[in-house]
Design a protein. Structure first.
Length: 67
């Protein structure tokens, strides 16, 4: 078995998130969907502003290879 980390970064150049400190308690449908889906796949998710909105999803994936 081999442990791998897969990182997805989604970024735009818009206004960004209004307040990244309270983003985890936000109840908007889009953010709720992203949080639920990332929880289902066992990933960590973070939100930040970097000249626009930035979302990073980190997935620890264990792969099995037959040799």
């Amino acid at each position: 078995m081999k442990d791998e980390i897969i990182t997805f970064t989604i970024k735009d150049n818009g206004q960004g998130f209004p307040d990244t400190d309270t983003i985890n308690s936000a109840k908007g449908f889009g953010l709720e969907l992203v949080k639920i889906l990332s929880q289902q796949i066992g990933s960590d998710i973070s939100f930040s502003n970097d000249n626009g909105a930035k979302v990073i999803i980190v997935l620890n994936k264990t792969l099995s290879r037959k040799q």
